[in-house]
Design a protein around this ligand. Structure first.
Ligand code: FAD
Ligand code: DLZ
Ligand code: SF4
Length: 519
């Protein structure tokens, strides 16, 4: 091939309709895929996350080759691997002497910075294409956001409903009469719940090979590879989606916020890894959800809830990320400085809720939304853990974690580190909330009903410690302010008991050492 177009495809761009592939001809294109140490270790990712990405990349490369494309693939252990994206593109430029490079913009700011230097570094034209697998472009979000005082997901979401036509009647009204059925997404766990098992996909020879590499090269990273069962191809991801639409979507809505010990998926879709890798198309999934409503197979609160997560939250956090980067990475509005406690890695804590969420995270590289938000995230918020430590943890431990989606959820949603640009108030909650929405407290050493002193649920005193610590900032917030009237009604002794209990808990927190980044 003389002077082809070089098309680098990154690990989360595994879509056949990728903008850089559309319209290209096979005899004029060299696709470049790169397993590189720099990506695999910029944080010490969960072992399942690395295995998933490498396996999905290798399967995707094989599929492309079968379809007649030329794929130049660098494996991690290749002798001359320079171990960085830019280094590998440089070597590919030498090998293929391309007339142009066509690349889709990166998901992460860090990688995009590197891509933007390619035009100066290489002796050929570099075209960076927008990633149109998202439904709202970075430019469109910016335009929407720039003209607003406050950015609210709900406003953005309604705009996206109108724009996509999902769940809209012919005369521009929301189907069912309401835009948002969030209030019907909050059923506590019920005795008769019997969630079907999650479909898993046993590793084939290609995945086994990758698992062996991960065990030997990243053996000391967090997490277990024992139960690896993620879909690694589009075909498998489609099966996972079929099972969700056949078996779980009906109850997805009502039990979206429920938590049950040992039940790691409940009625959640478990599709985030496949969507984020590019194996599944978000709009296609939303259309299927809409069809389930129209076929009478799922109620509106389930279907609207699912569609809201995808065209609402998912698109919103992505736009929010690019709008606020790079500042979002270092934001720390609540001036939280405590190091992450060791039990986020070991799961060794008497708090039954935290232990179960860390266990699921370690075993599955997954925890569902409310576990990430109201247990793991809530504790980090109340205890005042440094945002950088919390960001690193979330980026490491989840198989679906990429900075564009992890960072807004962590920094802005759970930690309020952005000072309220994303959330109207901090998602702070006492043990009461966890007790209501889960069965955790029944098997816990602590009691959610005990407020202070020995045996009290740590979330109770920590809640008031947090609220009083940030009174100056939060009291004027109309969604939080009235809570201070409850505090002011308590006698001084009770107030002191809360604060002393909280201080005692904070003092026992053992700081984690060196799990997230190579030092
Ligand atoms: P479901 O509950 O079935 O939801 C359907 C889909 O909606 C998900 O697959 C996902 O694509 C999307 N979605 C739902 N909530 C969100 C959200 N808040 N932001 C973006 N997309 C959403 N999701 C990630 O994909 N990667 C992350 O790194 C990530 N980090 C998170 C960190 C915190 C602190 C919190 C609170 C949430 C985070 N989420 C993240 C969002 C959410 O928890 C996961 O998408 C979800 O748990 C994945 O499981 P599921 O596919 O079964 O989701
Ligand atoms: C997460 C990840 C890892 C662990 N390794 C690679 C890799 O070796 N090669 C690759 O192309 N992508 C990898 N990724 C995913 C990238 O970090 C992801 O594509 C970024 O979001 C790019 O912005
Ligand atoms: Fe968690 Fe408190 Fe309930 Fe224990 S009592 S499970 S720490 S909320």
């Amino acid at each position: 091939m003389t002077q082809p177009v070089l098309v680098p495809i990154l690990g989360d761009q595994l879509s056949r309709n990728l903008a850089s592939l559309r319209g290209r001809t096979k005899d004029d294109t060299v696709i470049l895929m790169m397993e590189v140490w720099e990506e695999a270790t910029y944080v010490r990712h969960h072992k399942q996350k690395i295995a998933l990405i490498f396996s999905a990349m290798r399967h995707f490369a094989a599929e492309l080759r079968d379809a007649g494309w030329t794929v130049d693939y660098t494996r991690l252990d290749d002798e001359d691997n320079s171990q960085s994206f830019t280094g590998e593109v440089a070597r590919a430029v030498e090998r293929h002497d391309p007339r142009e490079i066509h690349v889709v913009e990166a998901g992460e700011w860090r990688v995009q910075q590197a891509i933007e230097e390619w035009a100066d570094k290489f002796d050929c034209a570099v075209t960076v294409l927008p990633d149109d697998r998202y439904l709202c472009s970075i430019a469109d979000f910016r335009e929407w956001a720039e003209h607003r005082g406050s950015l609210r997901m709900e406003t953005f979401y309604r705009e996206m409903r109108r724009r996509t036509g999902l769940l809209m009647t012919g005369d521009g009204k929301p189907e069912g009469g309401e835009w948002n059925y969030d209030k019907e997404n909050r059923k506590p766990p019920a005795d008769e719940m019997e969630p079907p098992p999650r479909p898993t996909f046993p590793p084939d020879a290609m995945t086994d090979e990758v698992i062996a590499i991960v065990e030997s090269r990243f053996g000391d990273h967090f997490g277990s590879l024992e139960d690896f069962g993620w879909p690694v191809t589009r075909e498998e991801a489609q099966v996972a989606a079929d099972v969700f639409f056949a078996e779980r979507i009906e109850r997805f809505g009502p039990y979206q916020d429920a938590m049950v010990t040992g039940e790691d998926q409940l009625y959640h879709s478990m599709l985030s890894t496949s969507i984020n890798l590019g194996l599944l198309d978000p709009m296609e999934l939303c259309r299927r959800a809409q069809q389930a409503l129209h076929d009478g197979k799922a109620p509106i609160n389930s279907v609207e809830g699912f569609i809201r997560q995808i065209i609402g939250w998912r698109e919103y956090v992505r736009g929010f990320y690019w709008f606020h980067m790079p500042g979002l990475q270092t934001a720390n509005a609540l001036e939280a400085h405590r190091p992450l406690p060791e039990f986020y890695w070991t799961g060794e804590t008497e708090m039954a809720c935290m232990a179960d969420c860390v266990r699921s995270t370690r075993d599955n590289a997954h925890a569902h939304h409310i576990q990430r938000l109201m247990v793991l995230g809530n504790f980090a918020l109340l205890a005042g853990i440094h945002p950088q430590d919390v960001q690193d943890w979330y980026l490491v431990v989840y198989a679906d974690a990429y900075e564009w989606v992890e960072l807004p959820n962590v920094s802005a949603m759970i930690l309020y580190a952005d000072g309220g640009k994303l959330a109207t108030k901090p998602y702070a909650a006492s043990g009461n909330y966890i007790n209501k929405m889960s069965d955790y407290c029944g098997s816990c050493t602590y009691s959610p009903h005990k407020k202070t002193g020995e045996g009290a649920c740590p979330f109770n005193p920590l809640y008031w410690h947090f609220m009083t610590r940030h009174r100056d900032r939060l009291e004027s917030n109309h969604r939080v302010g009235r809570i201070y009237a409850n505090w002011d009604r308590m006698d001084e002794e009770k107030q002191q008991a809360y604060l002393t209990s909280a201080e005692a808990i904070l003092e026992t927190l053992e700081p984690a050492s060196g799990w997230a980044r190579n030092i």
